[in-house]
Design a protein around this ligand. Structure first.
Ligand code: NG1
Ligand code: ZN
Length: 531
């Protein structure tokens, strides 16, 4: 059959060259780029099957290893609504990625039967990639996989991960926007410019923003956007990938958050706010350096509270408080942020497992769901009911109500609801600071973070660690949780947990306490217990 030819082609063109088992994890497959070509090709096959199961709706394939260093790469699938691949398919993806070339044909047939795909249907797959030098070759392998099963690939070239998610969503739901990079700018940047017309600059807010682009795709895209901002936001961009700057190396959101150090490659001025993006543009943290050269970090928790408090304010002004707003965090959220959300903002907060799919899912429970990982990955999602209500008030409400509702509608348009998006989040943060006439120090004043520390420990088999209670408790190996709890109890405001990473072969340790010294000590003690 013609499929025979397809599998023979796969063996020749994208052979499986490694026997190392690879797993579809928190963010798809991620490993050294040279081990991925056959995996990506097979994800091309799977995307076609998935598209057919979804009645020909478009599926996305993104080639990226996000905040990892240049030698790594990765691939993940995007579902029709722009969300992460449905969890039950992760096992199928893993199976397909690991079979031998000889068994690829029979396994693919099995999968087609198992998911009941009608292979006579059309199939459409959007492919995007980050700036890694290994990405074009992998994107081509993905396209070959799509063509092999007679699907139609559309290559977007270099885009941020959230831009690809956005395009997939728009392609399947044309009320959301136009499925192109330009369509993305029109909607998201267009909404920011609209808001700027309504909110004149005043108070302590200043339109200058420095950006650390992590030498990745996000900075490059902001460089395109920069020229269209008409002075409403003056972006000073650093780490755009030129001048020998290496992707994510000593720069970018993950480096800044985890090391609690400013990135290299950025000029610093005291109290100047800086936004730091990660390599594929789906995470963002802010920071500034004070006049004593101390860095102050405004992480994902901080962005979440800023957005949640402002949207709450607008809902109140629009008299739409029956819409339920909630916030979703993970165990990595700083304890001080959770306390602030509960006690000051009086907003319900849920804690879920690490990984944006868990947060996204939990956020959909609310009319307005704000979700962020502490590392800066997050967004806001609005229910259909919320959008309808806000639109109605924007048309028919009293003047003050209408004003608030119209502003909210712009904010909804500025938001990439499909996934955490550094560019969209940047404009949202700037909107709130501008609306409040605040500088970055005033933003930081909302609450004081507990000092914290993150460590990674390499162990023989990280999978011996199991957890419960949204990863805050360790259920195995036996006795470990008791030791972690005992150590945490010895430090003021001490809290610590351990879990196996879903993206790296390590165990992660998190600790917080009332002083940095204590947090560091607690993290080291817990790491010792794991080891
Ligand atoms: P792992 O490696 O499972 O901790 C990391 C991040 C996640 C998420 C994924 C996907 C931390 C502690 N973990 O997961 O939040 O962003 O990568 O990129 O930041
Ligand atoms: Zn990322």
């Amino acid at each position: 059959s013609s499929l025979r030819v397809v599998y023979a082609f796969a063996r020749e063109m994208h052979p499986k060259t490694s026997d190392v088992f690879i797993q579809y994890g928190t963010a798809g497959f991620r490993t050294k780029a040279n081990l991925l070509e056959h995996v990506v090709y097979r994800m091309g096959l799977l995307a076609v099957i998935r598209s057919r199961v979804k009645n020909g709706r478009t599926i996305g394939i993104m080639i990226t290893a996000s905040h990892n260093l240049e030698p790594d790469n990765g691939v993940k699938l995007v579902d029709p609504d722009g969300e992460m691949l449905e969890q039950s398919w992760e096992e199928i993806a893993t199976r397909l990625a690991n079979v031998s070339d000889n068994d690829l044909e029979s396994t693919t047939e099995q999968v087609i039967k198992q998911v009941n795909a009608d292979m006579a249907l059309k199939a459409s797959v959007f492919i995007g990639m980050d700036t890694r030098y290994t990405s074009p070759r992998l994107a081509a392998a993905a396209a070959n996989g799509v063509i092999a099963l007679k699907g139609t690939p559309k290559e977007f070239g270099i885009v941020t991960t959230p831009q690809l998610h956005f395009c997939v969503k728009c392609r399947n739901d044309n009320t959301y926007g136009t499925p192109t990079e330009e369509g993305y700018y029109e909607k998201i940047v267009g909404a920011f410019k609209k808001v700027c017309q309504k909110l004149p600059v005043y108070g302590e807010y200043n339109t200058t923003l420095y950006v650390d682009g992590a030498n990745g795709v996000g900075g490059k895209k902001l460089n395109i956007i920069r020229k269209s901002l008409d002075g409403e936001l003056d972006l000073n961009l650093y780490n755009l990938g030129g001048n020998g700057g290496k992707l994510n190396l000593n720069c970018g959101a993950d480096f800044v958050k985890v090391s609690q150090k400013p990135p290299v490659g950025v000029e610093h001025a005291p109290f100047q706010r800086v936004a730091s993006l990660d390599g594929d543009g789906d995470r963002i943290v802010y920071y500034y350096i004070d006049d004593k050269e101390k860095m102050h970090l405004l992480d994902g928790d901080r962005i979440a509270t800023l957005l949640a408090s402002y949207v709450t304010e607008l809902l109140r002004a629009a008299e739409a408080t029956h819409l339920k707003l909630g916030l979703v965090q993970t165990a990595y959220a700083n304890g001080a942020s959770t306390k602030y959300i509960t006690e000051e903002l009086k907003v319900p907060v849920s804690c879920v497992k690490t990984g944006v799919k868990h947060l996204h899912h939990a956020a959909l429970e609310y009319d307005v769901g704000v979700y962020f990982e502490a590392n800066g990955h997050g967004t806001v999602v609005y229910s259909a009911e919320a959008k309808k209500t806000i639109s109605k008030i924007a048309e028919e409400g009293e003047p003050e109500q209408r004003k608030a509702a119209q502003l909210l509608l712009d904010i909804v348009d500025m938001t990439n609801e499909t996934v955490g998006d550094a560019i969209s989040d940047l404009f949202l943060v700037e909107t709130v600071l501008r609306a409040r006439g605040q500088n970055v120090r005033q933003w930081l004043a909302a609450y004081t973070d507990l000092p914290c520390r993150q460590l990674k420990v390499t162990v023989k088999d990280r999978n011996v660690i199991s957890t419960s209670d949204a990863e805050r408790l360790c259920t195995s190996p036996a006795g470990l949780q008791a030791r972690v709890s005992a150590q945490a109890a010895r430090h003021g405001s001490g809290r610590a947990f351990v879990r196996a990473s879903g993206t790296e072969d390590v165990v992660r340790v998190y600790a917080e306490a009332d002083t940095q010294e204590s947090a560091d000590k607690l993290a080291a003690e817990v790491a010792q217990a794991v080891f």
